[in-house]
Design a protein around this ligand. Structure first.
Ligand code: SAH
Ligand code: DHB
Ligand code: MG
Length: 289
């Protein structure tokens, strides 16, 4: 398989499923004219981000790494009226181009392009109480990934989605011994995600017009370790109360397939997955909000 083939198939997919869009085309054209590097997500990837935000019902989004605002526009278009998107960009020129592109999109939502190193602007966002965000897209400098992921968690709630771009990097993600800072950033990010009990995550390899790369997607399933212990303690207390009740005849004769509803269902929203023998940590399956 070759890059030529991946690009041809991407052109076919985009031609079929992504209608011509003057706003997005103008965003790419003005970015190129201003000399920005063509490292925006591909159209079908932008639409994937858009669909994920829509499916999730995201109302406020945080993006780290704006460039010309191409992914920003895709994401912002998934927001309902009154929705909010904050995007962080280190380069003043990129931010300027992005603001023009975003203005041209006439979005009915509030899009805030903030200039500065993300590690400077993220603490301000927290201080301003702008979180938690429903969806966070991390796509800036790759050595910063571990820090951005930690910040994403800090600015999340249970049910938030964290998406990270470029986690495969043409397969170089396997080079554990090399000294490419980008690869290190991606590997450290993956290790953080793997060891993080507050998220359930996966990563997907992609090929297409942007080469061979991938996305990591993490769902925040627990707000904090403290919240996790609290929920577990509550479940145990409830179980203990149930066990200590004298067994009523109508209780024991109830059909076992009765519907879980009301309080019973709320206890079922956080289920402990069966322990498996592969050495992986136990996960909790997330259901509903
Ligand atoms: N999300 C964009 C592409 C972003 S490219 C899209 O798909 O359309 C990465 C961007 O991150 C670049 O514009 C770069 O200037 C910016 N960046 C790099 N280091 C950064 C930092 N420390 N803080 C914020 N932005 C940074
Ligand atoms: C680079 C950054 C990106 O966000 C991307 O999608 C592709 C490449 C880069 O810095 O090389
Ligand atoms: Mg990227």
């Amino acid at each position: 398989m070759t890059q030529h083939q991946w690009s041809a198939v991407d052109a076919y997919i985009c031609g079929m499923m992504i209608p011509p869009d003057t706003v997005l085309s103008a965003a790419l054209a003005s970015s190129a004219a201003a000399g920005l590097p063509p490292i925006n997500v591909a159209p079908n990837q932008g639409k994937l981000l858009h669909l994920l935000a829509l499916m999730h019902g995201s109302r406020n989004i945080l993006e780290v790494g704006t460039l010309g605002g191409y992914s920003t526009i895709w994401l912002a278009r998934a927001l309902p009226a009154g929705g909010r998107l904050i995007t962080l960009e280190a380069d003043e020129k990129h931010a300027l181009v992005a603001r023009e592109n975003i203005a041209r999109a006439h979005l009915p939502v509030d899009v805030d392009v903030r200039v500065g190193l993300a590690l400077d602007t993220l603490p301000r966002i927290e201080a301003e109480g702008l979180g938690p965000f429903d969806l966070i897209f991390i796509d800036a400098d790759k050595p910063g990934n571990p820090d951005y992921f930690r910040w994403a968690l800090k600015l999340s709630r249970r049910g938030s989605v964290i998406i990270v771009d470029n986690v495969v990097r043409n397969g170089t993600v396997l080079d554990a011994s090399g000294n490419d800072a980008n690869v290190h950033g991606v590997r450290q990010l993956n290790e953080l995600i793997a060891a993080e009990p507050r998220v359930s995550a996966t990563a997907i390899q992609t090929v297409g017009s942007k080469g061979y790369d991938g996305f990591a997607i993490a769902l925040v399933i627990l707000r904090s370790i403290a919240a996790q212990s609290f929920t577990r303690a509550r479940v145990l207390r409830r179980r203990a109360r149930r066990m200590s009740r004298p067994s009523a005849p109508e209780r024991s004769s109830r059909p076992t397939h009765r519907k879980t509803c009301g309080r019973a269902r709320s206890a079922a929203t956080l289920r402990t997955a069966p322990r498996h023998s592969t050495g992986h940590r136990r996960e909790r399956w997330y259901r509903g909000r």
